[in-house]
Design a binder for this molecule. Structure first.
Ligand SMILES: [Zn+2]
Length: 297
């Protein structure tokens, strides 16, 4: 239970105008919307009971295994049924952010993943997302840009390749401002330890994306360690790091980040819920900020 002081603080934070740089579209689907779309289009869900569905999807308490944290995404992916449903999901995501007084949002999308459950084209996914986003922008005081990125294991999943995702992103450049990659697998294996072919493909992709004028943001140091953060800087030459919190203070990585002026998108509550940091007390954010200010002197 929250006391009155905490409620007041939360309300104060909600009212502050904000910029949000790390929100995934799939993770933002309202469960009621998933339920509604599934019933309308006869999409089988693990349960037909809304409350049970919420229990399956919402991460209320921290999980012990990161892969468990990602499990609900598979179910949420089912409601990306067609352009119209995707537009609704995108609209509601922006609406929720706007109600939190987010004034500028960079929304991360994985068009190959969004296309995969119902075999859609990448164009259908982009068009759906952009129309939903633009409708919400008209109604609310918020500006939204997109960060598009590929999925791992696209061959196994028989979905669009990273290069196809990059090419489609270029078609929608008026709304896509950046490309999102990952320098670690879901098991935390850093880029430098991947097999040579995958490394080449990813490095080439990063290069092409930058050449095309996209900024590059790379997930690293979330489940993996400082090595993947270093890999993101050295091999993928990114502009921003998604997370970057794991053990970077114990290495030279933080100094390197500061020198190269690569910002971190740190997501405190996500890190705790996903189990990558055990508690708020143990979260390194404060120490990272202190190291940053010490380096200014
Ligand atoms: Zn993320």
């Amino acid at each position: 239970m929250m006391d009155r002081e905490q409620i007041r603080l939360l309300e104060f934070l909600r009212l502050l105008p904000k910029i949000e740089l790390h929100r995934h579209l799939v993770g933002s689907v309202r469960i009621e919307t998933l339920f509604d779309i599934a019933s309308k289009y006869d999409i089988p869900l693990p349960t037909n009971d809304l409350e049970k569905l919420k229990n399956l999807i919402e991460v209320r308490t921290p999980v012990s295994d990161f892969r468990q944290f990602l499990k609900p995404l598979k179910i949420l992916g089912l409601c990306f049924y067609d352009k119209k449903t995707i537009a609704r999901i995108a609209y509601e995501t922006v609406e929720d952010a706007a109600k939190d007084n987010v004034r500028y949002l960079e929304l991360t999308i994985g068009p190959a993943f969004e296309a995969s459950s119902h075999h859609l084209s990448l164009e259908e996914v982009f068009e759906g997302i952009i129309s939903g986003v633009e409708n919400a922008e008209e109604k609310y005081d918020i500006k939204v840009n997109l960060l598009a990125g590929p999925t791992f294991k696209w061959k196994e999943r028989k979905t669009h390749s990273p290069l196809q995702v990059l090419e489609a992103s270029l078609q929608f450049k008026e709304k896509v401002v950046g490309f999102g990659l990952s320098a670690e697998t879901k098991e935390g294996i850093p880029f430098s330890k991947w097999d040579a072919k995958l490394k080449r493909e990813y490095a080439k992709l990063a290069e092409e994306a930058k050449k095309a004028g996209f900024a590059l943001t790379v997930h690293a140091g979330e489940i993996g360690d400082a090595q993947s953060v270093m890999d993101a800087i050295e091999h993928l030459k990114d502009d921003r790091i998604g997370h970057g919190i794991k053990y970077i203070r114990k290495s030279n990585t933080l100094k390197h980040l500061i020198k190269k002026k690569v910002p971190l998108e740190i997501c405190i509550s996500s890190n705790i819920k996903s189990g990558v940091v055990k508690s708020l007390k143990e979260h390194p954010v404060k120490k990272i900020i202190q190291s940053r200010s010490n380096s200014d002197h």
